[in-house]
Design a protein. Structure first.
Length: 359
């Protein structure tokens, strides 16, 4: 990360903007009573913490074409609000994703649907606690997505700039929702080769994690279509590398660092690029065991055995090489992009942080 950019300060500013926005929404929903307050509590939890990569790439996509953006306090405040809207969109995707994957935890705390389910059970209400938690998570994810749109629209930028950004924001939401359904369908079919797994990765995560945040920030600076194409040459391969790192962490990551159980992606049955490479490279018996085990409850010993199969197949090494190659491709494109030199420096640091992380 760049030594001259206050990344911690930026993350604090984003958290502050999100807190202020949710405070205003809380005041609006106060007449609905305690039920709305519990929903708002889960909204707050969903946007607390995290690496803020999407907000950061949006910020520096803007600064790439508006290098003096930070000189005015009002402009910077508007930019932080716009960037923070992407964190609401991200939270929406995570809330829905946790429910669809039946995940018990997120960032070391219970998933929203599990919290709401437990509240129903403790209150001894009628009906199914599980169904109540599911309904709450669906509605919370929908609400967060609606708020993301509202936060961007009301960020404070001129109307023509906001409209340009919203066009890209709309595309982003279509891509991530369709990508999510593709992922669900792949898991239902129980098969995905490397090409299919890469398509899921690209649309479910890579584009909305880096490429589209760069685009939205740049649109708020008045960037041209050619400028956006230059950012895509950097952002898309970097986003793919970012998600490939996430896939490795989903199998090999330290639960104390990731906030997820060991081998969580295996238990959830994720048909990732890593798994596709492992199934292609493992022996017939090992591939059969891996394939049969995906999406089932697994003991620690079983997770360790599957990790060994993935490692022995050469899949982990292949994915590490893919990350390196994609990150190198992104940096080459970044060096050629017609952007501000300081923004280029910070984006280079963000690229390293996104692909070399351990959480």
């Amino acid at each position: 990360m760049s030594t001259t950019w206050d990344a911690d300060g930026f993350r604090s500013s984003v958290q502050g903007a999100l807190d202020d926005f949710l405070d205003a929404q809380g005041a609006l929903l106060a007449p609905l009573g305690s039920d709305a307050e519990r929903l708002l509590e889960q909204a707050r939890a969903s946007v607390t913490g995290g690496k803020r990569f999407r907000a950061a790439f949006c910020h520096w996509g803007h600064r790439a074409f508006a290098p003096g953006a930070g000189d005015g306090a009002a402009h910077e405040a508007a930019l932080v609000r716009a960037c923070s809207s992407l964190e609401l969109l991200h939270a929406s995707a995570l809330v829905h994703d946790d429910y669809m994957d039946a995940s018990d935890t997120r960032r070391g705390r219970p998933s929203s649907h599990r919290v709401l389910e437990a509240q129903h059970r403790e209150a001894a209400w009628r009906g199914s606690p599980e169904q109540y938690g599911a309904a709450g998570a669906i509605l919370l994810g929908d609400l967060l997505q609606a708020w993301a749109d509202e936060m961007l629209r009301s960020s404070g930028f001129p109307v023509e700039r906001v409209l340009a950004a919203l066009r890209l924001f709309d595309i982003t939401r279509s891509e991530v929702i369709a990508g999510q359904f593709l992922d669900v369908s792949v898991q239902a079919r129980g098969f995905a080769d490397v090409e299919t797994a890469m398509t899921v990765l690209r649309y479910k995560s890579a584009k909305y994690s880096i490429e589209r945040p760069l685009h939205i920030g740049a649109a708020l600076a008045g960037a041209s279509e050619g400028d956006l194409e230059a950012l895509s040459a950097f952002g898309l391969p970097l986003g793919e590398a970012f998600q490939l790192r996430d896939d490795l962490l989903g199998v090999f990551g330290d639960p104390d660092a990731t906030g997820k159980p060991a081998g969580d992606d295996l238990v959830e049955g994720k048909r990732t690029v890593l798994v596709a490479h492992a199934l292609a490279g493992a022996s017939d018996s090992d591939a059969e065991l891996l394939d049969h085990s995906l999406g089932r409850p697994l003991s620690d010993a079983a997770v360790d055995r599957l990790r060994s199969i993935i490692t022995d197949s050469g899949a982990a090494t292949k994915v590490e090489q893919m990350i390196t190659d994609l990150a190198d491709q992104a940096v080459v494109a970044l060096e050629a992009a017609p952007i501000d030199a300081y923004a280029r420096e910070v984006l280079r640091g963000l690229a390293d942080a996104a692909t070399q992380r351990t959480v």
